[in-house]
Design a protein around this ligand. Structure first.
Ligand SMILES: [Zn+2]
Length: 463
C-alpha cells in the first residue's frame, strides 16, 4: 500500500506536499523554543528546504535556509562550515554580478515564461506537430543528432527553449523505436527521436508550430502498436540469462493494506510474485524473490538483496488501498523513483555530498547518489511503461473494465538504493469490491503475472 511507504519517504521528498514557506516558518518557530530537540527539528527542516531550493534554483530560499542551517547547526555544535562558506560565496557573487547580468537574465526569463507547449499531434502520420502558445523563433530551437555506437542507436534531439505543462510523454510511430518529449531543465523542452536505423528528419517553424517530418529509412517497418489494450506485445525469446529480483511487498508482522472482506495485501502480492517467478523461470531467466514465504523483511534489505544478486531489474509488487470511497478507487499502476528535475538533482547530490551529512542515517547516505542517478531513472521509467503495458495487455484480453492508472513517479523508499532499474507495481486496489475479488482469484493473478513477464521481456528486448 502506498501510504505505508510514504511514511518512509526519503527526506528530500518529505517536503513535497508542504510549501517551502510554511516549513521555513515552522523551522523558525522551532528555533525560538530553546529546547534541544526542537533545534534539531529546525536544523533538519532548514536542510530540507536547502535541498529544495537547489532543486528549484531558488536563490532566495537557498539563502534563508543556509542562514537557518548555520544558526541552528552552531547551537547544536554541528560543523556547518561548508554551509557558512557557501553563504559567503553567495553574498560575494551577488555583489559582483548584480548589475551586469540583469539584462541577460531578463531576456531568458521572458522566453521561459512565454512559450508553453499546448499540444502534440500527428499530421499525415509522418509529421509531428508541436503547437505552442505563441510564435516560435528559430533561435529557440537547437537540433542535433547523436549516435550511440555501443547500442547502435540513432538519436535526433530537439532542444526547445520552452516549457510543457504535463510530465514527459512517449509517442509511438510506425517504424520508429521511440519518440519522447520531456522537460529537460526548467527552460528547455527536449524531444528525442530514437531508432536503431537512420531516420530522415526535417523540420520547419510555422508561426507557433514546430513541424517535424520523419521517415524511417528501413524497408520493413516495425509493427505499430496502436492500442495497448488490444495488441499486447508478443515476446521474442531473447536476452536469457538476465537476473530479475521480484519483491513481494510486506510480509510477516506487516500485512500491508487490509481491504475488502479483510483480504490482505501481503498475501495477494506474494501470490502474484510467485506466479511471475515461475513464468520467468520457465522462459529461462534467473529469478530471485526477496521473500519466499510470509516473513518480515526491512525495506532497505530488499534492494540490498537485489544489489547483491547483481539483478538487471528490480520489481516490487504491491496492492493499493484507500480509506474512503472504496467503490471508486481502482486500477493498476506502475511507479518509478524520480528526482523529477534530474539535472538540478545531480547538483544537489554533488553539493550535499561535500557538505555535512552526519545527521543522515547510513542507508540514506549510501543511496543518495544512486537515488539521483539520471540514467537509471530513465531506465526505470521505461521499465514501468513496459510493465504497465504488459499488465493491461494481458488482463484486458480476459477481464472487463480493467482501469489503467498510468505510470507515475513516486518517492518510494523500497526503490531507493536499488542499483538497477526499479519499479513498484500496484496490482490494483484491494479495497475495491470487484478488484479485490479478482485479486484473490488465482486465474486473475496468473494473467497479471503473464502480463508482467511480457512487459519484462519487452523491456529487455528494447534496452
Ligand atoms: Zn504495499
Amino acid at each position: 500500500m502506498i501510504r505505508n511507504l510514504v511514511v518512509l519517504l526519503f527526506f528530500v521528498f518529505s517536503l513535497y506536499a508542504q510549501s517551502d514557506f510554511k516549513v521555513l516558518k515552522r523551522a523558525d518557530a522551532y528555533m525560538k523554543t530553546g529546547s534541544k530537540s526542537d533545534q534539531f527539528r529546525a536544523y533538519n527542516d532548514y536542510k530540507n528546504i536547502y535541498l529544495r531550493s537547489l532543486m528549484n534554483s531558488d536563490d532566495k530560499l537557498r539563502k534563508s535556509s543556509l542562514e537557518g542551517i548555520v544558526k541552528s547547526g552552531k547551537k547544536l555544535h554541528i560543523d556547518v562550515k561548508n554551509y557558512e562558506d557557501e553563504l559567503e560565496t553567495m553574498a560575494s557573487k551577488k555583489n559582483k554580478t548584480t548589475n551586469t547580468t540583469t539584462s541577460s537574465k531578463q531576456s531568458k526569463i521572458k522566453i521561459k515564461l512565454s512559450h508553453k507547449l499546448k499540444n502534440i499531434s500527428w499530421l499525415d502520420s509522418d509529421q509531428l506537430v508541436l503547437r505552442f502558445d505563441r510564435k516560435l523563433r528559430k533561435n529557440q530551437i537547437n537540433y542535433f543528432t547523436l549516435y550511440d555506437s555501443k547500442k547502435h542507436r540513432f538519436r535526433y534531439v530537439f532542444d526547445i527553449h520552452a516549457s510543457m505543462l504535463t510530465k514527459s510523454q512517449t509517442l509511438r510511430k510506425d517504424g520508429i523505436n521511440r519518440i519522447k518529449i520531456a522537460q529537460y531543465n526548467p527552460s528547455t523542452l527536449r524531444l528525442v527521436i530514437e531508432n536503431n536505423e537512420k531516420v530522415k528528419v526535417n523540420f520547419k517553424i510555422k508561426s507557433s508550430k514546430l513541424i517535424i517530418k520523419m521517415s524511417s529509412t528501413s524497408k520493413k517497418a516495425k509493427k505499430y502498436i496502436p492500442n495497448i489494450s488490444n495488441k499486447p506485445y508478443t515476446p521474442k525469446r531473447t536476452d536469457r540469462g538476465k537476473v530479475i529480483v521480484i519483491d513481494a511487498g510486506h510480509g510477516g508482522k506487516d500485512p500491508g493494506a487490509v481491504g475488502y472482506k479483510g483480504y490482505r495485501e501481503k498475501v495477494v502480492v506474494y501470490k502474484v510474485a510467485k506466479h511471475l517467478k515461475n513464468i520467468l523461470k520457465k522462459r529461462g531467466y534467473k529469478v530471485y524473490m526477496t521473500r519466499d514465504r510470509d516473513t518480515f523483511i526491512k525495506l532497505s534489505n530488499r534492494t540490498e538483496y537485489a544489489n547483491k544478486k547483481k539483478a538487471d531489474i528490480f520489481v516490487s509488487i504491491h496492492a493499493n488501498a484507500v480509506e474512503k470511497n472504496a467503490r471508486y478507487a481502482k486500477g493498476v499502476e506502475c511507479y518509478f523513483l524520480s528526482p523529477s528535475r534530474s539535472k538540478r538533482a545531480e547538483e544537489v547530490a554533488e553539493q550535499e555530498n561535500s557538505a555535512d551529512m552526519s545527521d543522515m542515517n547510513k542507508y540514506a547516505k549510501q543511496s543518495f547518489l544512486k537515488f539521483l542517478n539520471h540514467a537509471k531513472t530513465i531506465a526505470s521509467h521505461k521499465l514501468a511503461i513496459d510493465l504497465q503495458r504488459g499488465m493491461l495487455g494481458s488482463l484486458n484480453k480476459h477481464y472487463k473494465g480493467v482501469k489503467d492508472g498510468g505510470v507515475r513517479e513516486g518517492p518510494f523508499w523500497v526503490l531507493v538504493g536499488a542499483q538497477m532499474p526499479a519499479v513498484l507495481v500496484e496490482v490494483g486496489f484491494i479495497t475495491h469490491p470487484t478488484e479485490a475479488r479478482r485479486l484473490v482469484n488465482d486465474n486473475y493473478r496468473k494473467k497479471m503475472a503473464e502480463g508482467l513477464a511480457d512487459g519484462i521481456e519487452r523491456y529487455f528486448a528494447n534496452n
